[in-house]
Design a protein around this ligand. Structure first.
Ligand SMILES: [Zn+2]
Length: 302
């Protein structure tokens, strides 16, 4: 073999090696999962690791209550092997998208299906919004339930990757159980008489129930709508009765901040940020989000 020919053989061998390697990689991450929002995306990634490619339809930092899918999201759904929604009326639009865009037989998991829905019992004349609070994940035991359901779906879909998914899932569930314990003990620093929160939208009933708070009031029943002067007036009255008025806002609700700042100025209260419906560029996982929320609650109410 002359020099030039052996060089060619060597290079084609390398190219072949890389091609085979690339194909193997593609196969290993072939399972495409689409979720409705970023917190579910994190849960799928924690369990699925490098063997799933997961995409959230609602971008990080967007408000899921006013978000609507476009043809771009329909294309992502068309490529998916598994769809993961929250359920409870939070992301009902995925049902339509599944009908119009998903391949036949592609399974859909409602992560919250089977959990008990909490309704906020108002003792005022707030218009009642039916269906209750869909933000189950803000209590860590509910997040554990979500992760178990996601694990079951992944294992059922690719049984040969079952041991891989189960090992990752177990490690993550242990982390979540520890997180729950840590939050419970951290929040003990807050005296019982301060365990009252006022928030922008009705997102915190599960957090309140699990960690011993009461959600005294929230500004809007439905975050798609802006608060009315009457809503604002009612909240001012509620907050004025507090010795140290505090109101919690949420980063994904752009319209909320203006109202909350106005309110806080009126009552000389303080504003703190709790994460509810979305991760962000600085809070990139569910665990970080819940740690942030616990720290914020302690700082605001201690
Ligand atoms: Zn919400």
């Amino acid at each position: 073999m002359n020099k030039r020919l052996s060089g060619f053989v060597l290079i084609s061998g390398l190219v072949l090696f890389y091609l085979v390697g690339a194909v193997a990689c593609v196969q290993a991450t072939e399972l495409k999962v689409v979720t409705t929002f970023s917190i579910l995306e994190d849960f799928v990634r924690q369990v699925g690791g490098e063997r799933v490619e997961v995409r959230s339809l609602i971008p990080v930092g967007a408000d899921p209550h006013s978000w609507e899918p476009t043809p771009k999201e329909a294309r992502l759904v068309a490529q998916a092997d598994l769809l993961v929604a929250n359920g409870g009326g939070f992301d009902q639009w995925l049902v339509d998208l599944q009908k119009s865009a998903a391949r036949p037989g592609v399974p859909m998991v409602y992560a919250s299906q089977g959990l008990l829905v909490l309704e906020h019992d108002h003792d005022n004349d707030h218009e009642h919004h039916h269906g209750g609070d869909p933000h189950f994940w803000l209590s860590v035991p509910n997040a554990i339930y979500y992760v178990e359901r996601i694990t079951d779906a992944l294992v059922a879909l690719v049984p040969e990757d079952g041991p891989y998914f189960l090992a990752r899932s177990q490690a993550y569930l242990a982390e979540l159980a520890q997180l729950d314990k840590d939050i419970l003990s951290q929040l003990q620093q807050i005296p019982p008489e301060n365990r009252v929160i006022v928030t922008y939208h009705n997102a915190f009933s599960y957090l309140a129930e699990r960690y011993g708070f009461s959600v005294m009031e929230f500004l809007v029943e439905n975050p798609e709508a802006e608060p009315s002067p009457r809503d604002l007036g009612r909240l001012v009255q509620v907050l004025k009765q507090q010795p140290n008025p505090v109101i919690f806002t949420e980063p994904q609700l752009n319209i909320s901040n203006r109202y909350v700042q106005t309110l806080a100025a009126e009552i000389q209260g303080k504003v703190y940020v709790l994460y509810s419906d979305s991760l962000s560029s600085t809070i990139t996982t569910y665990v970080e989000m819940m740690e942030h929320n616990a720290q914020t609650l302690v700082e605001a109410l201690r």
